[in-house]
Write a protein of this length. Sequence first.
Length: 125
Amino acid sequence: MRLPVVRFKPNPAAFILALASGAVALLLGSIPARAAPPDNVDPSLAPWFQSLRQPGTGILCCSLADCRATSYRTTQGGYEALIDNKWLPVPPDRVLEHTSNPTGRAIVCYLPGQGILCFVRPAET
């Protein structure tokens, strides 16, 4: 007994829909999620935060939502920043050198899952 041969008939509309859905999912997945801005943030500092760029890449460090004033300490390897009650090492390539800091405190730009994006020391006195 021979089984009947079933031929696949491509449906161009279904293919285009699947392709478009995949492209949208890929695009949305590559956009980092933004959290709410921290309490008591000074909105006049938004342009300064938006001017911060990751060293070497020029990619934006953060927005008001990703950056926080933080405590920091100097270690033999560089710096550590206090994030969620844990001291995390700051990767040396994430320290912004020669950057003015109008906040008066150390600033860390951090996203869970991506880690420290940028670190700005407080202005030296």
